[in-house]
Each structure stands twice: as C-alpha cells, then as structure tokens.
Ligand binder design. Structure first.
Ligand code: TYD
Length: 211
C-alpha cells in the first residue's frame, strides 16, 4: 500500500463535508488504512483555545487578526499532528485547511486586496499541502438553510455561521476561484446530491488513490 496521503475537505458552512469526512474515514479503515480524522480550527489543545477566541463570538477580531489566528492554529496542527501522522504512513483527513483561509479571510474578508499573503499561508503549512481536496460545492443560500435547520435542532452556531448571506456568497465565489486554479488537486462535488451519492463519488476517488 502507498504511504500516507493528506486529504482536505472544503466548502461553505452547511455543505456536509464533516459527514462525508467521517464516511470516507470509515471506508478507508475498512480497506486497512490507518486514518487520522482531524479538523481546523481546534484540533490541538492550543488550537482549541484559538478556536474559542475565533468562533465563540466573545471577540470580533479585525480581519488581519482573524487571519493570523487561523494560521497560528494551522502551524500548531501541522507540526503536532499532521506531519507526525503522515510520517507514520497514516492518511490524514482534514476538515478544512488553507483553502478555507483563502475563501473566508482573503476572498470574503477582502484581505487579498491588501497584500500578497500567499507566502504567509505557505509559512503556516510548514510544508504540508494536501494531495487531494474535495470541495463540496453548494450555493450559499442552500447551505445557510441547512445551518439554520441545525441551529433550530439545538446545535450551536459560530460567529462565522452568523455572517450575512453576502459574506457566504463571497466565500463560495472564493472557493470557485481556487478550484479553477487547482483543478488537478481539487475534486469538485455537487453537494446538493444525497449523502450516499456524494460518498460514492468520494469513494471512487479514494479507490484511485489506493492504487
Ligand atoms: P466549524 O464549526 O468547524 O464549522 P464547519 O463545520 O462549517 O467547518 O467552524 C469553522 C469556521 O471557521 C467556519 O465558519 C469556517 C471558518 N474558517 C475560516 O474562516 N478560516 C479558516 O482558515 C478555517 C480553517 C476555518
């Protein structure tokens, strides 16, 4: 079997990527693959603190601060968890990674206009970039309906979930632009399909990676 693979799951809030990540991890384990299921922000102890600062709503960071906190969380995550897992030959399935930063902070918050921030994003990755990314593509309106249904069922929403529709539309446009630049790495999936249909599509891709 090939060595560790790094796979990220991306998309707007409510796109269903966390469900798909779990299904993909379970299937890979059935194939005998060791899997690390992880997420951003907040996979490490330090990251959990950063996640609270970023998402609880207790603070409203300026965009520059928001960006730096997400990157701080990433650097800690990569060195403490992702790189060691890959070195052990495990597959890392990560719920959000740098494409989320590009879509949320650079595209939607408009930071991409202020400076060339890509080197900073590379710095925070500490050399770990995904081999494959699944982008669960869903229009912002539909995704937000799912988020508000979840909130009505008692799930807590985050500071970013509560941003206006226009923000989520910009996030979506951000992901679409990233996809157009990286069609080899990123596999776009129509996230309005059923859970099972999406899982089958992801399985096909994973099968190809298993060789
Ligand atoms: P989370 O509750 O994990 O939501 P989801 O299930 O949608 O991933 O919240 C993570 C939030 O953080 C989400 O709104 C996207 C945002 N985020 C960024 O803005 N930038 C980033 O770099 C990352 C990793 C996440």
């Amino acid at each position: 079997m090939s060595g560790g693979q790094f796979i990220s799951f991306e998309g707007g809030d409510g796109c269903g990527k966390s469900t798909q990540l779990k299904l993909a991890a379970a299937w890979l384990r059935e194939q005998g693959v060791q899997v690390l299921e992880t997420r951003e922000p907040g996979a490490t102890d330090l990251g959990l603190e950063l996640r609270r600062l970023l998402l609880s709503g207790e603070y409203v960071p300026v965009p520059e601060c928001e960006l730096l906190l997400f990157l701080a969380d990433r650097a800690q995550h990569v060195k403490a968890m992702i790189q060691p897992a890959l070195a052990r030959g495990e597959w890392v399935l990560c719920d959000r990674y740098s494409d989320s930063t590009l879509a949320y902070q650079l595209a939607a918050r408009g930071l991409s206009d202020s400076a060339d921030l890509k080197p900073m994003l590379d710095f925070a990755e500490v050399g770990a970039s995904p081999d494959k990314t699944f982008w669960l593509d869903i229009p912002a309106e539909a995704a937000l309906q799912r988020v508000s249904a979840r909130t009505n069922m008692g799930e807590e929403s985050t500071r970013l979930d509560e941003e206006a529709l226009s923000f989520h539309q910009q996030v979506h446009a951000g992901f679409a632009a990233i996809y157009r630049e990286h069609t080899m790495r990123i596999h776009r999936i129509d996230a309005t399909n059923t859970i099972d249909c999406i899982h089958q599509e992801i399985r096909l891709q994973l099968q190809g990676m298993l060789g």
